[in-house]
Design a protein around this ligand. Sequence first.
Ligand code: FPP
Length: 245
Amino acid sequence: MDKKPVPTHVGIIMDGNGRWAKAHGVPRVMGHNAGMQSMKKIVIATSNMGIKYLTVYAFSTENWKRSTEEVSGIFNLIVKYVNSELEELDANNVHINIFGQYDMLPKASIDAIDKMVGRLADNEGLVFNIALNYGGRDEILRSVKQLCEDCRNGSRDPEDLTEDDISRYLWSGSANFNVPDPDLIIRTSGEERISNFLTWQSAYSELMFTDTLWPDFTPEEYAEMIDAYADRDRRFGGRKESGTK
Ligand code: FPP
């Protein structure tokens, strides 16, 4: 039997940690901890399925509105994740990029992220992008500001700007990351929104939703979605799959 094609890039909105915690009668941060355990398994499953890029929404620019306890709980989890997973990520040849400006996180989290990104920098397997303090509109705004600056200083001409130029000013398309647009975006927990995730990049992405709360999302359900993706008919605005707009 022919092997079904897998998406090149999958984005995941890991939603439902809070509701999982409520259902189990535990504090919200325990829900995020369970979400992190789920994320660990999905990263390895992504690598094993031969998918080249995975981007997860770990902390949005809007998540600062949550309680200090919850926000610092998520940031502490990053340190915990690096301490417990760095060896396995390296053994699986995973490379990590951060989408978002993370220099306002607590120092322990920044140090853990820098250590992880540095240690895995030469790995050439799965490219695992963590969207952290990330917002799609914020990303576009930052790009527009930089583009305006480049036009003002004469290094760019507004007349010549293309869509690809805009992509290159985003975190994903920047020269050091060079990550293509996501083919598939999955959101767990029954919500059917994109919520400021990869706003520009998701223009032609396939979308899949499941009622499963993120901590309960398994590699088996993930594999079923990847399998279903192969049966989608991607047209990119044209009549047949062309890979271009
Ligand atoms: C959404 O669920 C989830 C988040 C805002 C945080 C996701 C973070 C993790 C899974 C841990 C990430 C860890 C690392 C190391 C990057 P929610 O709280 O909005 O759930 P609710 O809608 O049920 O309240």
